[in-house]
Design a protein around this ligand. Structure first.
Ligand code: ADP
Ligand code: MG
Length: 669
């Protein structure tokens, strides 16, 4: 089986299933075997029904005892039945799967795996997985992979497809010579595939993950190295020499720049005026004021008669940047426009035209900027904000719209300096350390769920003082639809807990762009007091009047992401507060980790602590929301592999040449 073949060549995958796989970006056999489980489940021995526990996953082996019943409860179709073993009985329910009625018959025995809840004084196992006892026995011998799924695609189907593609990865040849592998304790390539998909035990899984992380880093650095060679030679076609104009621009700002901001602007001007093209990363903690740095760079470019583009990950953020930059550039004769997916087609056409004629100086937008129709007259500077949300590919596509324009990337995910040098070895780095003057440090508390009501009272009091509040809703990672009900239900609960005149609104990823923009605008206009949201507001949003950030289920986030969320408050003069609800208080590791946030507001420190606490090998922990789109590797947990990959590259770049068809599919430079 060839890695480039379509997955429909796999036995048992027809058009319908393959369409589901496509939604996950899986088209070829190579894509399939390179999509790794996001978790592993250990299937334990069944327990007696009398010994089952409430609120956790239980495995029981039991016999269907009642007839299977289907009834309609509001919009749900509910399938129920009772099962029993020699020690007791248990009710079982499924939602919206009426076909299950014909699946089970009185007297048959199955193994059921699912969480048990108490409803109307009865123990109910909801939505369990079910297996024939013999099948279950087979499954128990391995850790069971859990794959990323989408509607219509079950984990069972996914597993089967991977199993049917085994021959594809077993045929791969390892690109690392065996003596080097042995020296560094790296698992063989095909063995790593086998154990990542179907690990026989945790030790083998750990080694397989280690090897795969190595591969991802090595390939990444390898490609970067080649890219860097090209970059060095790039001649600057767009010299920008506008120090004086920028100084005037800075003079007119309503505040004084911090040292870090000044330095960053100086670095940028010096790059853009030099003989080589700029390729720079500005790293600054959340709230350190990166937008104005971008604005200064765009201003310089426009003054020189060139065009500049600023790309951001969400429409909401694009709109916000547009408003801010339009404000800063008003009266300065700079034409700024705004282009996003939801821009009306007529408006889009006008922008395309004026852009190609050079009438627009600065274009702000989302991925809409990299569409083919977007053509610039003389693009000299491309900026990506919140760079961790973009692939290198997208960055390059935007740059491709000009004749080697200057490149500036802005990141608020601070990573320790050493790692930054490795990860961004193709970029020069400016760091903005300090926050603008006058900011009061955010007051933090990490508390258990029993503090929720106190928190609601506190929120009500803050709203009474005309401040605004973000609440990050509990996450359910089962599926998007579950996520949705969750936000809505949570909002209802919150509304009940707060005084009736408090305006509570919901924002979530499934909403249309218009709807999201509209809600954000009303939030910025202070017409909404409390905004309940999923993590869609994580990046960039700037509302200086928001003073409380409450995060439910903090334990499910990485520290860096929590720090990002916290960065939504503390942006104005008022005292701000962050409440992290810890849903796993009895877990000491979680509690220690979250405590870091209570102790410090410094993003660089937090990133360092994250690395120290979680360390390499802790792969069952929460995955860092990535700086880079790696499948498995993450720069905190696998720092040792990153270092090894870099050392190996220095030593053996001509001997160890990674195969493009191998593990890494997302990184395209
Ligand atoms: P981030 O670095 O997170 O992108 P922003 O650029 O959104 O931060 O800036 C946050 C807020 O701080 C904005 O309201 C901005 O106007 C303000 N700001 C930026 N620089 C300064 C400064 N030197 N002094 C005071 N306020 C500033
Ligand atoms: Mg920002």
């Amino acid at each position: 089986m060839d890695l480039r073949e379509q997955i429909t060549t796999i036995k048992g995958i027809g058009e319908k299933t393959s369409a589901c796989f496509s939604k996950l970006g899986i088209h070829t056999v190579g894509d399939l075997i390179n999509t790794f489980p996001r978790d592993y489940i250990f299937y334990g021995e069944p327990v007696d029904i009398k010994d089952t526990r409430i609120g956790v996953r239980n495995v029981v082996e039991a016999t269907v005892f009642s007839y299977v019943d289907v009834k309609r409860v509001r919009s749900l179709k509910l399938v129920t039945m009772t099962v029993k073993d020699s020690t007791g009985s248990l009710k079982i329910t499924w939602f919206n799967q009426p076909y299950l009625k014909n699946m089970f018959h009185k007297g048959e025995t199955y193994v059921f795996v699912g969480e048990i809840k108490v409803k109307n004084n009865m123990r109910v196992m909801e939505q369990p997985e079910y297996y024939k006892p013999a099948d279950y026995e087979n499954m128990r011998q391995e850790l069971q992979p859990v794959y990323p799924l989408t509607k219509g695609l079950s984990n069972k189907t996914f597993q089967k497809a991977v199993r049917s593609s085994r021959s594809a990865y077993l045929a791969l040849k390892d690109y690392i010579p065996s003596e080097i592998r042995r020296e560094h304790n790296l698992m063989e390539l095909t063995e790593s595939y086998e154990n990542i998909h179907f690990p026989m035990n945790e030790e083998l899984l750990k080694n397989a993950i280690r090897r795969t992380a190595f591969d991802e880093f090595y390939k990444f650095l390898y490609e970067l190295k080649i890219l860097k060679k090209e970059n060095v030679k790039l001649v600057n076609n767009h010299k920008v020499i506008q120090g004086k104009a920028v100084a005037e621009f800075v003079e007119k700002l309503p505040y004084r720049l911090t040292k870090g901001q000044q330095q960053a602007i100086e670095d940028i001007l010096s790059d853009m005026g030099s003989d080589n093209v700029m390729n720079r990363l500005v790293q600054g903690d959340v709230g350190s004021g990166k937008t104005v740095v971008a604005a200064a760079a765009l201003y310089a470019c426009a003054k020189e008669g060139f065009q500049g583009a600023l790309m951001v990950p969400t429409e909401v953020l694009a709109k916000q940047h547009f408003d801010e930059l339009s404000g800063l550039f008003s009266d300065l004769g700079i034409c700024v426009e705004y282009l996003v997916g939801s821009t009306p087609i007529k408006e889009k056409r006008r922008i395309y035209e004026e852009l190609s004629e050079g009438k627009i100086d600065v274009l702000i937008g989302t991925h809409a900027l990299i569409e083919d129709k977007v053509e610039f007259k003389n693009l000299a500077l491309v900026i990506t904000d919140e760079q961790h949300r973009f692939g290198v590919n997208q960055r390059n596509r935007l740059a491709g719209k000009g004749d080697y324009p200057h490149v500036l990337v802005m990141s608020a995910t601070p990573i320790p300096r050493t790692l930054a040098i490795i990860m961004y070895s193709d970029l020069d780095i400016s760091v903005i350390k300090e926050l603008p003057k006058g900011r009061k440090p955010i007051k933090n508390c990490v508390v258990g769920t029993n503090y929720r009501n106190t928190a609601y009272k506190f929120i009500a009091a803050q709203v009474a003082e005309k401040s605004q509040v973000y609440v990050i809703c509990p996450m359910v990672d089962v599926s998007d639809t579950m996520d949705l009900t969750n936000v809505t239900e949570y909002t209802d609960t919150l509304k009940e807990a707060l005084p009736p005149d408090v305006v509570v609104e919901t924002l979530h990823g499934k909403m249309k762009a218009d709807e999201k923009n509209e809600i954000m605008q009303r939030f910025l206009d202070r017409k909404i007091d409390v905004l309940v949201s999923t993590t869609v507001i994580e990046v960039g949003i700037n509302n200086p009047n928001a003073t409380v950030m409450m995060v439910e289920n903090s334990e499910r986030f990485g520290l860096a992401q929590l720090h990002q969320l916290r960065g939504r408050v503390g942006r104005g003069e008022k005292q701000s507060y962050c409440i992290f609800i810890n849903g796993k208080e009895d877990d000491d590791d979680v509690t220690t980790r979250l405590k870091v946030l209570e102790d410090s507001n410094d993003g660089f420190f937090i990133a360092g602590e994250d690395l120290r606490l979680r360390g390499p090998g802790d792969f069952f922990g929460i995955r860092q929301s990535g700086d880079m789109q790696f499948n498995i590797a993450d720069i905190y947990n696998h720092a040792d592999m990153l270092k090894l990959a870099q050392e190996m590259l220095e030593k053996y770049s001509d001997r160890i040449v990674p195969d493009v068809a191998d593990k890494i599919k997302q990184i395209n430079i």
